[in-house]
Ligand binder design. Structure first.
Ligand code: 7B2
Length: 330
């Protein structure tokens, strides 16, 4: 089997990407954020208090003839930005881009934090991390990818996220029309459950490549790129008027500044992030101060290769044993 679905930016600065999925019988369509940085599949539901729902589509298990309550099971998740949700669990038919998993664990929200309520175009998340991270108790549940794997033509899914445009997620095949040249693979350390791997180094603008192993996670659910402070200060040293603002919680600079590109290595291959991706957004609609798409990971305990980096490549998440991740120019 294979599947292919759109990855649609939810706003004009690609703060997150959503993908149409269907749940149940008859199919209920929701727009979910496919997130390689977590492993829970949760949705706004008919069980979510109405004062916490603001325009989102909801999953109603009682309207699905194929839904089953997974009795006695609950879940609760907290994300890196402090947002979170919790609830109960059903199994039901779940489809992404024509690829169906029967009796997928669908985590129905009984409570969501305010940042989810405020984001009307995001109806939940599909965790594509390793199932070890799943928060359902007493028995943890498998991700959509782990459930689909036995039936996939190839044990892979790919992410083709785009800058200010709709990209795609493919399951079970690698579409050679979506990239140029070769795919460079590197090994993944799958514990504790993230797609953890190393960059082989970096360069700023036309500067020399600095070879160094930089371990982190490739996370489609994180907006920005978070790297060690030494790298980030070296980058913003090239930006007129840049400063690390306590007030804005990161590097900001005059929107008129010229930014250098940022290049990262995967083994021997090199991927360059255009300056436009790093000139992320104005700090407010009328401001002339802009917030950077490259920020320091100090305090996070982990480096995060989020969308700002991933959208500069075609990325293959390979569930082979051992798992590996591949990057190609597109
Ligand atoms: C350690 C870490 C993160 C780990 O991942 C992280 C982060 N970065 N984007 C996201 C997340 C997103 C993507 N995302 C980010 C958004 C921001 C910054 N704002 C203002 C809105 C309205 C957002 C939406 Cl709707 N969506 N989503 C949907 C979730 C659940 C995230 C959780 N964390 N997260 C941050 C900011 N930090 C410090």
């Amino acid at each position: 089997d294979t599947g292919s679905a759109a990855a649609i930016p939810i706003n004009e600065v690609d703060i997150a990407y959503v993908t149409p999925v269907t749940i149940g019988t008859p199919p209920q369509t929701l727009m979910l954020d496919l997130d390689t940085g977590s492993s829970d599949l949760w949705v706004f539901s008919s069980l979510t208090p109405s004062n916490q729902v603001r325009g989102q589509e909801i999953y109603s298990p009682t309207k699905s003839s194929t839904s089953k309550l997974l009795s006695g099971h609950t879940w609760s998740i907290r994300y890196g930005d402090g947002s979170g949700s919790r609830g109960t669990v059903y199994t039901d038919n779940f489809t992404i881009g024509g690829l169906e998993v029967k009796s997928q664990a669908v985590q129905a929200a009984l409570e969501v934090s305010s940042s989810f309520t405020q984001e009307q175009s995001l109806d939940g998340l599909v965790g594509l991390g390793f199932s070890a991270l799943n928060t359902v108790r007493p028995s943890s549940q498998l991700t959509f990818f782990d459930n689909a794997r036995p039936n996939l033509d190839e044990e892979v899914f790919t992410a083709d996220l785009k800058y200010h445009a709709t990209g795609s997620y493919d399951f079970g095949f690698i579409d050679s029309k979506k990239y140029a040249g070769n795919i460079t693979y590197t090994t993944v350390q799958q514990s504790p459950g993230y797609w953890t791997h190393s960059l082989s180094g970096y360069s700023v603008g036309s500067g020399a490549f600095q070879a160094s192993q930089i371990s982190g996670i490739s996370d489609t659910g994180t907006t920005l790129l978070y790297l060690p402070t030494a790298i980030v200060t070296a980058y913003y040293r090239q930006v007129q008027g840049a400063q690390n603002s306590q007030y804005y919680g990161g590097y900001v600079f005059p929107c008129s500044s010229t930014l250098p590109t940022f290049t990262f290595g995967i083994e021997g291959a090199r991927f360059t992030i255009p300056a436009s991706y790093i000139n992320y957004t104005r700090i407010s609609p009328t401001s002339t101060t802009c917030y950077g798409g490259l920020q320091s990971s100090s305090g996070l305990g982990i480096n995060i290769f989020g969308d700002v980096a991933l959208k500069a490549a075609f990325v293959v998440f390979s569930g082979t044993n051992p798992p590996r991740i591949g990057f190609a120019i597109k």
